[in-house]
Design a protein around this ligand. Structure first.
Ligand code: URA
Length: 407
């Protein structure tokens, strides 16, 4: 039976929901083996899925675990997801910004696997910050301050988690239908009414081409329509890192600077764009009106105050946020114009400094990371500092190949 299903996909036939359920739920229950699921996932990567197969798979993922009930909050709940990028600390900026506009943000986030940390790792880099909240605590905090970011309390979409871990080690991460059902199942199980998705495209992202990004965008919106959940998207560049800081505590510091009004460029514009969409959807107002409110709350300090309130509420000590590590400055070996900063190479360097984890139980060094000192287009003189590297690894051996392109 399982072999028939794998064969059917390998021969480009459309599968029924029952067949998808048999193989995927069989995998969750350990009846289907890793090698069988690996072959099946590869067949999907090569032969794609129809829209109805994607809807069915999303449903199977959702129903494999709990569904969070956020109905105790009267307002519309808008969640945000990023397909993952280097230096992407937008959640830390957007969540308090949106909450300061009176749109509640209740977010379940994860730890990162791979080159950089996830939102929970970033928040855990703040001394004493608590990420494991009970359902009661989440409810109380949501009612009192309108913003909660916590690690998953319930077992949301456990099948996606198991399948994703296998995709990660079988070169099957970049299938558009698998990505779409994975993202949407978690957001829907997480209780969101409306969803904003930041689709990253470039060498430092899962999605490498604009064509794939457009296909993903269309599928995410279709799944949203199927579940009667409005989905809006932004497609953003990930050929270069987002902002200047990469690494957990360094990213919190940069987010704080953004909330203080000291950050410009792509990190700021993308954060404003995503927050605008969330506020527009949460309040049912136009993006023009939402954009005005978002910019006002950045300028008048309300977003910053909300961030401070949020960190204090979750017991974090934002005043003692200093970087405790050795610093190595990387200098330019020639003069010219800085043409490019390669996101993927920066991510690999950041991991080698201790800021990421290869296995899910690895320790992460919250202080490790990179601060990029120059912008693309800057004129560089030989000997200028291009970046500062922070690490606690003794005698580190940096691989700087292909990071900065100067000509
Ligand atoms: N993000 C997810 O949650 N799942 C994917 O498959 C890819 C990106």
């Amino acid at each position: 039976m399982i072999l028939d299903i794998i064969n059917k996909k390998a021969n480009k036939y459309e599968l029924t929901k029952e067949e998808l359920e048999t193989i995927f739920m069989g995998y969750l229950n350990n009846e289907v083996k890793d090698y069988q699921m690996s072959a099946f996932l590869m067949a999907i990567c090569i032969n794609d899925m129809s829209d109805s197969e994607v809807f069915a798979l999303t449903d199977i993922f959702i129903k494999s675990g709990d569904i969070l009930d956020l109905s105790f909050i009267d307002e519309i709940k808008v969640d945000k997801h990023s397909t993952g990028g280097v230096g992407d600390k937008t959640t830390l900026i957007i969540a308090p910004l949106v909450a300061s506009c009176n749109v509640p943000v209740i977010k379940m986030s994860g730890r990162g696997l791979g080159y950089t940390g996830g939102t929970i790792d970033k928040l855990e880099s703040i001394p004493s910050f608590t990420v494991d909240l009970s359902e009661e605590e989440i409810k109380k905090q949501a009612k009192e301050i309108g913003i909660v970011i916590t690690s998953q309390t319930k077992d949301l979409a456990p099948l996606d988690k198991k399948v994703y871990a296998l995709r990660d080690v079988t070169a099957t991460t970049n299938s558009i239908p698998l990505i779409a059902s994975s993202i949407m199942s978690k957001k829907i199980a997480g209780g969101a009414d409306k969803i904003v998705i930041d689709i990253k495209v470039g060498n430092g992202a899962l999605i490498k081409t604009m064509e794939e990004a457009k296909r993903l965008e269309s599928l995410l919106i279709k799944i949203g329509t199927y579940y009667q959940k409005e989905v809006r998207t932004v497609i953003s560049n990930m050929d270069r890192p987002l902002g200047h800081n990469i690494g957990n505590k360094l990213e919190v510091l940069e987010a704080l600077e953004a909330l203080k009004g000291n950050v410009k460029g792509e990190l700021l514009t993308l954060s404003i764009d995503l927050a605008t969409k969330m506020v527009s959807m949460g309040k049912g107002i136009s993006e023009e009106e939402a954009n005005k409110e978002v910019k006002e709350n950045l300028e008048n300090g309300k977003a910053l105050n909300k961030f401070i309130e949020f960190v204090k509420y979750q017991h974090g000590n934002i005043d003692s946020l200093s970087i405790d590590s050795k610093v190595y400055n990387i200098k330019a070996n020639k003069s010219g114009i800085l043409k490019d900063i390669n996101a993927l190479s920066i991510a690999k360097l950041s991991e080698s400094l201790g800021a990421g984890r290869k296995n899910k139980d690895d320790d992460i060094d919250y202080n490790a990371g990179i601060v990029i000192k120059k912008n693309i287009g800057d004129e560089i003189k030989e000997g200028d500092i291009l970046a500062s590297l922070y690490t606690n690894i003794d005698n580190p051996n940096f691989n700087l190949d292909g990071i900065f392109e100067i000509s």
